[in-house]
Design a protein around this ligand. Structure first.
Ligand SMILES: [Fe+2]
Length: 382
């Protein structure tokens, strides 16, 4: 067989079995498709109005089974036993999902790690341009998915400015702080952030069962002495940790530890792995906070290994190679992935001026949803 004929296979059904069928597609490979899957995903199973599946597979009287199935033009045509229904399944659709492939996700982008010298090249976006321009919003969210850290400039000097900016990305996600929080020095602080002390690198509210995803910090004033913002990319550190300390990486990515956060009216608790992996096994983030780590309830002999690994990683996070330092300016909003970027603050002199940040959160899933809607047409083209 010459090369030309091997690439010119006419798609054809080769076998109808009890639970599914085999079809040879134009790549010359025989693929198996289950009858339930074919029937459930018949193009007629979906409503273009609601954009949801309208077919109810739970109420089929018998297991779906093909009476006949053959290729006609660019579709696989199946006449079903018992039901009197005919499915016309486009062949290119079968090629896309053959072998159990997932739907392509435009928000599943490769992360780019960044290091201490990142500040001058941090992606920056002007708030009024984000409000006015859909393409700017898509570029902003893409930068968040890839780098996990952006700066929005030209923020309105108002409480509403923060909410308006966050809502460009998704719904504001409340926490036990409420729908927003103010970071300034408090007389009776309920949180280290509300003092002028140094704040070690951490991710926020790890004690929530589902910690908030994207953090917005709108700087309304910053004229104090000190108080440099500190940020490090958890993906950069954890990827290097994986190479430097594979055993430690395994412990921190596989074993969950408890976190807590309590005061008079709340007592949040959860378990998280310090290093988070995505569906590809790549590092997608961190959960770490010394001031909210609860009593480690692992086997005490496991702690012989876990604690040193935890400390090795914690020290690595603070290496100069990773630590981006800068002073926030009034009118800027720092936007970062709270599951990926660790943040902290140097101590400052509370009497030397004003330091006032207002913050809120949006969940990661909301951000990805908004991005997909901005850059793709989804399954139901108009
Ligand atoms: Fe924080």
């Amino acid at each position: 067989m010459n090369e030309l004929s091997s690439t010119m296979i006419a798609p054809h059904v080769t076998d109808l079995s009890e639970k599914g069928l085999h079809i040879t597609l134009s790549d010359g490979i025989s693929y198996y498709f289950n009858y339930y899957w074919l029937r459930d995903n018949c193009p007629t199973s979906f409503s273009p109005i609601t954009r949801e599946r309208s077919f109810d597979i739970f109420h089929l009287e018998d297991s779906p089974c093909a009476r006949t199935a053959e290729v006609e033009g660019d579709a696989l045509v199946i006449a079903w036993e018992d039901e009197g229904h005919v499915t016309r399944m486009p062949l290119d659709w079968l090629v896309t999902y053959a072998g159990g492939n997932s739907r392509i996700d435009p928000a599943d982008l490769t992360r780019v790690a960044w290091y201490s010298d990142h500040y001058p090249t941090v992606p920056r976006f002007s708030q009024p341009e984000l409000v006015a321009d859909k393409d700017q919003r898509a570029a902003w969210i893409k930068a968040m998915l890839v780098h996990g850290f952006t700066i929005v400039t030209d923020m309105p000097d108002s409480d509403e400015g923060l909410t308006q900016t966050a809502e460009l990305m998704g719904f504001v996600r409340p926490t036990f702080f409420g729908t927003y929080f103010d970071v300034r020095t408090h007389i009776n602080p309920t949180n280290t952030a509300y003092t002028s002390a140094a704040l070690e690198l951490h991710t926020d509210t790890p004690a929530e069962e589902f910690a908030p995803g994207i953090q917005f910090l709108h700087c309304r004033a910053n004229t104090v002495q000190g108080g440099q913002s500190l940020y490090a990319d958890g993906v950069a550190v954890a990827n290097d940790f994986r190479a430097r300390d594979p055993e430690g990486f395994k412990l921190l990515s596989e074993i969950s530890i408890p976190f807590f956060c309590e005061h008079d009216t709340y007592d949040a608790r959860s378990r998280q792995t310090v290093i988070e992996l995505d569906q590809h096994g790549e590092v997608s983030g961190l959960t770490i906070s010394q001031h909210m780590a609860d009593i480690f309830d692992l086997d005490q002999e496991l702690l012989d290994d876990y604690y040193p690994a935890f400390c090795r990683f914690g020290r690595m996070l603070q290496e100069d190679k990773y630590m981006m330092r800068f002073l926030m300016k009034g009118g800027e909003c720092i936007v970062f992935d709270n599951h990926r970027i660790v943040h902290g603050r140097a101590a400052y002199s509370a009497t030397s001026g004003d330091r006032y940040l207002r913050g809120c959160y949006v969940d990661r899933g909301e951000m990805r949803s908004t991005y997909r809607a901005l850059v793709s047409e989804g399954r139901f083209k108009g």
